[in-house]
Ligand binder design. Structure first.
Ligand code: ATP
Ligand code: MG
Length: 601
């Protein structure tokens, strides 16, 4: 489930106040929801009425449509809903909004379940397991639609789709009534039953709520609530050939599940009057328990350097700009997991950005900083040389090795220590040697002394070059009295410090250095100086250098890393053993994030 990293001291921010918390707290103070009863499962008013009081003080839900993989935006919604339930003694439901028969697949259901769990959220609480499928409510939805017909609140419209569109009106012009609007309840019920029996073709009729064709809110101009669709549904098969519209289904799902606070993104604000209208009618008819759920909207997450629209993510995968949904460069949660990002980093990020009603664009570095902060606390340190250059210690005996003790985490001594073998030939970073040093360079150059961290001080004596003048090995002598941790360690003062691994013991491994998938903050967005007619394509902003694969030399203890184990590679950043390609014995590492922001100006 979660990464096997040690959960040492988690830097999770204290939850800050926000407008949603204020609403919840006011509702709790007013006792708004204390009368609610809970049958132990979703149900109508009658089923809840005979049950004990709801042990959950509030109920929230995360309602994904299983038609794609979750992305960073969904993480915000998941952490908000599950976080509120946890903070206020409530429950949060995971509900698959699978009312649309055409686009949904089991593969997506499975990946959503994994992703929500990975983020540390649970729908199991006490004896409750609140994992639901909206398609289980189809019989109730039909029953409720028939109630609306019988009570004069819905009618079957037999206009063509074009005629219906034309009579809807505009923002400034009222709509006009359908010629079928005044059918009798008996006729409507007969037609709706025949729709259900499959007597008509797709589009021949629709069931509409009967509200007000002149309403200033277009969503209240007799919205469609049921349509004919002869389609196979992934859960109900061919049992139904009419399916509810999302705007009809969603409020009912909330009410059946006793949701108190139904939190969604801002684009649903205009739907709220219909949400309330529908639930009021059904509660009046005694079908739904009061108090009814309250819809609350917040602004969706937008992040620089990524795209968070399902359509664009699908395009990236289908056109093979990335290697699938779980490509570590993808802003999906499967991608994030494979990249090595920490769930706790998502939680810290979500707390930091908070929730509001105003649209905002969050800098990607805010996300990365939260990740670094969490990983700095949790991840053990290891040594890896990413650009190996041979260092030969000429005065160290050939065939001799010794152990150097190294602590696993400078902030957490309780995480213990290990040893690294030291010998005559080591791998160091290519950038740690300069034959002719630039100003301020303090590591190895002929005549200079530097410390091999955890080992000895060495004095550089020169280098070997190949026929092209490329440096292929560096030579030095070590100072035997200066081993780290011994009394003589400080007898010689040096300014440079470098990391190394023993060439005889190192584990060569594939390491993937990931960078941002897009090279501009707003992929596909307009830039200063663009001609007015210019349309940009987000694919043109792909970063051609978003992944570089190298062969690194790792300290020997990394050889047996388990998939998903993450470490800080000293000086380089945070790296995870790839959950797909890495095996103990032959590790493959992905860089999740560098130690510092390399994109800062
Ligand atoms: P997309 O718009 O990318 O296709 P969606 O909203 O259609 O995503 P759903 O499965 O309907 O995908 O979303 C489930 C929940 O996640 C909804 O409550 C939705 O409001 C929320 N959500 C989706 N995208 C974001 C986002 N960028 N920020 C916050 N919440 C989001
Ligand atoms: Mg949606």
């Amino acid at each position: 489930m979660s990464s096997p990293n040690h959960p040492a001291g988690k830097p999770e921010a204290a939850p800050a106040a926000n407008f949603i918390r204020n609403i919840v707290e006011a509702d709790l103070a007013a006792g708004k929801h204390v009368q609610r009863r809970w049958a132990g499962h979703p149900g109508t008013a009658a089923e809840h009425a005979v049950a004990p009081p709801d042990p959950a003080r509030i109920r929230t839900r995360f309602p994904p449509e299983p038609n794609g993989y979750l992305h960073f935006g969904h993480a915000k919604s998941i952490l908000l809903n599950f976080g509120l339930a946890r903070a206020y003694g409530g429950r949060c439901h995971l509900r698959f909004d699978d009312t649309n028969p055409e686009k949904e697949e089991q593969e997506y259901v499975d990946s959503i379940i994994d992703a929500v769990r990975w983020l540390g959220c649970s729908w199991d609480e006490g004896d409750e397991s609140n994992l639901y499928y909206a398609s289980d409510y189809f019989d109730w939805m039909i029953q409720f639609a028939e109630y609306l017909i019988e009570s004069g609140h819905a009618y079957v419209d037999s206009q063509s789709a074009e005629a219906m569109r034309a009579s809807r009106g505009t923002l400034t012009q009222p709509g006009t009534d359908s010629p079928f609007r005044n059918r009798s309840a008996a006729e409507n019920l007969d037609l709706f039953r025949r729709m259900q029996r499959g007597e008509f073709a797709d589009g021949a009729h629709v069931l509409r709520a009967k509200i007000d064709m002149a309403s200033p809110n277009i969503n209240l101009r007799d919205p469609a609530i049921y349509r004919i669709k002869h389609a196979e549904h992934h859960a109900t098969g061919d049992r139904f050939c009419v399916y509810p519209m999302y705007t009809f289904a969603h409020p009912i799902e909330d009410a059946l599940e006793c949701i108190t606070h139904s939190i969604c993104t801002l684009e649903f604000e205009d739907q709220r009057p219909f949400y309330d209208w529908l639930l009021e009618r059904l509660a009046e008819g005694g079908l739904l328990q009061r108090p009814l759920p309250q819809q609350i909207e917040f602004s969706r997450l937008n992040l620089t350097y990524v795209v968070l629209s399902k359509r664009k993510l699908i395009q990236l995968v289908d056109e093979k700009h990335v290697d699938g949904w779980d490509d570590p460069r993808m802003p999906t949660l499967v991608g994030a997991r494979r990249r090595g990002y920490a769930p706790a980093g998502f939680r810290l990020f979500a707390e930091r950005i908070g929730v509001s009603k105003s649209d905002s664009l969050i800098e990607y570095t805010v996300f990365e900083d939260a990740q670094r902060e969490v990983m700095n606390e949790s991840d053990e340190r290891r040594v890896a040389v990413l650009d190996p250059l041979k260092l030969i210690i000429d005065n160290y005996p050939e065939g001799q090795f010794e152990d150097c003790p190294v602590t696993n985490h400078p902030l957490h001594p309780e995480l213990g220590s290990r040893t690294m073998p030291f010998g005559r030939e080591l791998w160091i970073e290519g950038e740690d040697f300069q034959e002719i040093p630039e100003k301020g360079f303090r590591r190895l150059f002929p005549g200079n002394m530097a410390r091999l961290k955890y080992g000895y001080i060495v004095e550089c004596t020169g280098c070997d070059k190949d026929e092209n003048g490329k440096v292929v090995a560096v030579h030095c002598n070590y100072l035997p009295e200066t081993k780290s941790g011994t009394p003589g360690a400080d007898s010689v003062k040096v300014k440079g410090n470098l990391h190394w691994v023993s060439a005889a013991h190192a584990c060569p491994a594939e390491v993937r250095l990931y960078d941002r998938l897009f090279s501009v903050p707003a992929p596909g967005g307009r830039r200063e100086g663009d001609a007015p007619e210019l349309e940009r394509n987000f694919l043109d902003d792909l970063n051609p250098g978003s992944v570089r694969t190298i062969v690194a030399q790792l300290e020997p203890s990394l050889r047996d890393a388990c998939p998903e184990q993450r470490f800080q590679f000293e000086r380089h950043g945070y790296f995870v053993a790839d959950r797909v390609d890495s095996r103990p014995g032959s590790p493959v590492f992905n860089r999740a994030v560098t130690l510092k922001d390399s994109w800062a100006k």
